[in-house]
Ligand binder design. Structure first.
Ligand code: PGA
Length: 245
């Protein structure tokens, strides 16, 4: 049995006022899914007071690759865990594209996360150019290869497939396109990476909203969603959680 995850990625959005609004309007719900939100680091302490009682786990959008020390501007996995953070996004396509983060760096970040008992949400996905040039599977395979050294920690790792062309664009992958990629990822986890892919959750991300969540979540290989824009408002986020059967 694979866990279902409904995760919000708030990116660089929401100040104290919007956070307060979200807290006040979010109604705790009964669900089998693991529900979580990754806000900006600065909001973790305040959200940790209100979110877990409402059934929402807290995550970080990134973590440092080093243990501690002279790394100005970085946030350590150890301190995130001490604060009460439960998961961390690693290798989001915005980290890959805008901040030029590399596979070597992801390996170090995953090590830090695992050593500090943070659940890793490892993000992968192809650009439109790569898809159109028939390179999608090669790109996914290369991105997934980062997980190989962590085959004995698979219970700490969730994969999020987020086609770059579907992120923040309103263009969602069709359920069939997403399921095809997820099925490839599961197979790759099984065949090349030494994982038991059948027990690894694979989330879809890219313009998930209340209107398309149910169909996406009902696909055989889709075990949850990583949601940007539609997670910013409590009503939309709740509506997506309610689609988990
Ligand atoms: P989106 O973002 O839902 O706004 O497309 C998803 C993500 O980047 O994780």
């Amino acid at each position: 049995m694979r866990n279902t995850y409904i995760l919000g990625n708030w990116k660089m959005n929401h100040g104290p006022l919007e956070i307060q609004e979200f807290i006040e309007s979010f109604e705790p719900q009964t669900t089998n899914a693991y529900v979580g939100i990754a806000p900006q680091f600065i909001h973790l302490p305040i959200l940790l007071k209100s979110f877990p009682p409402k059934g929402i786990n807290l995550g970080a959008q990134n973590c440092g690759a080093a243990v501690s020390g002279a790394h100005t501007g970085e946030v350590s996995a150890k301190n995130l865990k001490e604060l009460g953070t439960d998961f961390v996004l690693i290798a989001h396509s915005e980290r890959r594209a805008l901040y030029k983060e590399t596979n070597e760096l992801f390996t170090e970040k995953i090590k830090q996360a695992i050593e500090n008992n943070l659940k890793v949400i490892y993000c992968i996905g192809e650009t439109l150019e790569q898809r159109e040039a028939d390179q999608m599977f090669d790109v996914l395979r290369a991105q997934l290869s980062v997980l190989k050294p962590f085959q004995h920690h698979q219970e700490d790792i969730v994969v999020a497939y987020e086609p770059v062309w579907a992120i923040g664009t309103g263009k969602t992958a069709t359920p069939e396109q997403a399921n095809e990629a997820h099925s490839y990822i599961r197979n790759e986890l099984n065949e090349s990476l030494g994982f038991n892919g059948n027990s690894t959750s694979i989330l879809y991300g890219g313009s998930v909203k209340p209107a398309n969540a149910k169909e996406l979540l009902s696909q055989e290989h889709i075990d949850g969603a990583l949601i940007g824009g539609a997670s910013l408002k409590a009503e939309a986020f709740q509506a997506i959680i309610s689609k988990v059967s």
